[in-house]
Design a binder for this molecule. Structure first.
Ligand SMILES: Cc1cc2nc3c(=O)[nH]c(=O)nc-3n(C[C@H](O)[C@H](O)[C@H](O)COP(=O)(O)OP(=O)(O)OC[C@H]3O[C@@H](n4cnc5c(N)ncnc54)[C@H](O)[C@@H]3O)c2cc1C
Length: 336
């Protein structure tokens, strides 16, 4: 176990607001977790690519840094990997693509740790973590025991899971199991991949995802950001059709359950936010759904921008935009 005190928050969040973190505890194995004093229940942190520290944090933060990968079993068609939570997600994608295994190539270049992947059920280009998840190993602070959760236990949804609700603040993910395919299973339906031939290799798709993402999204190492800031709102078909009468150009993607997902980027763009800035906080000019920190951004400006966007979108369409990013107040509680 490694305990660090009074850390600069900008080293632990890709949005890089300048604040201090009182305590960051790094644990690398279950034995370390068992030794942890959980009377002041710690807030769990991965690589901070979906976390913004609005204020200095008094509550301790814990990171699971164990990062081993084990191949559990393999058959003619499939194989199962057990990966510890501290492994970097994109590195995992690269490793399995190099072995010509199918399943997570569309999720290339998503920043962050493997342990955070189930939390918001990361997704991109028509694939989600839930599609490959075999299990999640979860350490519970109160019982000090490890439990293996099935996919059903995880209650995965769109950028959602049990870890954001019933299990929020109750424990830490220490490993995941993912099932990959040795047989080609290309998912090419999304814009950006739909021009690729169905015979594309897993490596072709991986490269195309990387090229497309690089052309659209800012590199967080150069321009601080947390990716898409708001979730795409999901409307009932009836509400969507009503809105389309007034806004015929409004795009919508029909879901399996008779609901329609509307791109938050379109709603924000229509309200004129592309490139809009409040001091050093702004909407990325190429993709207004991505809020960026040009260097000296502060929480007050970020909160003002969030409110302006939510208010304008609500006034125009009566649609509530919900942040996808975790915004933490000083006591570790989430800002809503
Ligand atoms: C440029 C950019 C592009 C992005 N693109 C996408 C995208 O296409 N699709 C997408 O889904 N996301 C995307 N994201 C968001 C982000 O990459 C994911 O949410 C990622 O899973 C966050 O990983 P992290 O380790 O940085 O998590 P953190 O920000 O550290 O934590 C995020 C949440 O996970 C929890 N958590 C982290 N580790 C654990 C653990 N071991 N146990 C329990 N809970 C844990 C935290 O408590 C927190 O609630 C993008 C972000 C950026 C900066």
């Amino acid at each position: 176990m490694h305990i660090l005190y009074d850390q600069p928050a900008e080293h632990y969040s890709t949005f890089r607001l300048k604040n201090r973190l009182a305590t960051v505890i790094e644990v690398s194995c279950i034995d370390d977790l068992a030794k942890l004093n959980t009377s002041n229940v710690p807030q769990v942190l991965g690589e901070g690519s979906n976390t913004i520290f609005l204020e200095a944090q008094s509550r301790p933060l814990v990171r699971y840094t164990g990062s081993n990968i084990t191949e559990h079993w393999t058959t003619e068609d499939n194989c199962l990997f057990h990966i510890e939570a501290g492994h970097n997600w994109h590195k995992l994608v690269t490793t399995v693509v190099n072995r010509e295994l199918w399943g997570i190539e569309n999720l290339a270049l998503i920043p962050g740790s493997v342990g955070a992947a189930p939390v918001q059920n990361i997704g991109a280009y028509g694939v989600e973590f839930a599609d490959v998840c075999a299990y999640v190993d979860y350490y519970d602070w109160s019982t000090r025991s490890l439990q293996r959760l099935t996919v059903a236990d995880c209650k995965f949804g769109y950028r959602d899971s049990v870890f954001k609700h019933e299990f929020a603040g109750k424990g830490i993910i220490v490993a995941v199991g993912i099932k990959l395919s040795k047989v080609a299973k290309p998912v090419l339906s999304y814009q950006g991949l739909d021009t690729l031939p169905v015979t594309s290799s897993v490596s072709d798709i991986y490269q195309q995802v990387i090229a497309t993402r690089n052309s659209k999204l800012p590199d967080y190492r150069q321009l601080a950001n947390c990716g898409s800031f708001f979730k795409n709102p999901v409307l009932s078909s009836a509400d969507f059709e009503l809105l389309q009468l007034s806004y015929p150009a409004m795009p919508g993607y029909r879901q399996d359950d008779h609901q329609v997902k509307v791109p938050a980027a379109w709603l924000i763009d229509q309200q004129g936010f592309k490139g809009y800035q409040i001091n050093d906080i702004g909407c990325y000019p190429k993709q207004p759904l991505v809020l960026v920190n040009y260097g000296e951004g502060c929480a007050a400006d970020l909160l003002q921008l969030i409110t302006q966007i939510q208010t304008k979108v609500w006034t125009a369409y009566q649609i509530t935009l919900e942040p996808e990013v975790r915004l933490l107040k000083g006591n570790g509680q989430q800002y809503v």
